[in-house]
Design a protein around this ligand. Structure first.
Ligand code: ARG
Length: 257
């Protein structure tokens, strides 16, 4: 009994260590994302769904593996990938030179960009208009970079584009800069044409950005497989279907809320 009670704490510590380091299941490929970004990734009930999930599911299918999805804050997505917590990062991630230093990117699956959301009755239309105003962005995004590098100012950083928009509605910021598709979804959720807010940037896009899947550097075989899948999805028209279905689904959820 005495020996056992001395042994017990050791057993508990050992069990805790085993629990901390679960073996990576060779039959599963893990995708890391940040799921406040419809139609690319959003919640349907408790499940994370969206364009990026469907693309990663096609990659998993090609590899004959199950897909596991993990949802973290956006500024943790690439660090977590680099730390080996997932094999795929897919989160509407814009390809840029800075990020290319730390991860490898697949071929792009869409070309898009960032826009301004502001009040219709005092629209902020562009760079000059925005400068000096309080700007809401999602932390860690190219919208945040745009504020710092193009406008020369610090934005107010939020956990999601929707949280930045809530600050705009509350009068805490004067405009939001966000990727166009989540921005459109936000306006749909706010009543569409009846909303007091709209995408007001002119020209519409402040930037042109390509989204791609990121993986840890130095895996040419995995990269080739991902590019093959993206190529097939594009050629078969399946990628267009994935976009249309997830836009419809996220708009329906936005109006149902
Ligand atoms: N495209 C932008 C970027 O790469 C924003 C992506 C945000 N994605 C997300 N799942 N929250 O910085």
């Amino acid at each position: 009994m005495k020996a056992f009670s001395r042994l017990l704490p050791c057993l508990l510590v050992a069990a805790a260590f085993v629990g901390c380091a679960p073996k990576q299941d060779p039959n599963t490929i893990r995708m890391i994302t940040e799921a406040t970004f419809p139609p690319y990734e959003f919640r349907e009930g408790t499940a994370v769904v969206g364009i990026d999930v469907d693309i990663c599911q096609a990659i998993a299918d090609k590899l004959g593996k199950k897909l596991a999805v993990e949802d973290v804050e956006f500024d943790s997505v690439l660090p977590s990938l680099i730390a080996g917590k997932a094999e795929l990062a897919a989160a509407g991630i814009t390809v840029n030179e800075d990020r290319k230093k730390t991860v490898d990117f697949s071929d792009p699956y869409v070309t898009t960009g960032i826009v301004i959301i502001s009040a219709k009755d005092s629209p902020v239309k562009g760079k000059e208009d925005a400068q000096g105003k309080a700007i809401g962005v999602q932390n860690g995004t190219t919208s945040a970079d745009y504020c710092v590098n193009e406008l020369g100012q610090e934005p107010d950083r939020f956990d999601s584009p929707a949280a930045a928009f809530a600050a705009l509605k509350a009068g805490k910021v004067s405009l939001v800069i966000a990727d166009v598709d989540p921005a459109k979804n936000i306006i749909v959720q706010d009543g569409g044409d009846a909303s007091a807010f709209a995408i007001t940037s002119e020209p519409y896009f402040l930037t042109s950005e390509d989204y791609a899947i990121a993986i840890a550097k130095g895996q040419p075989e995995l990269l080739a497989t991902i590019n093959e899948v993206i190529g097939e999805l594009k050629a078969s028209g399946r990628l267009d279907e994935i976009f249309a279905a997830n836009k419809a689904k996220s708009d329906a959820l936005a109006t149902a809320e």
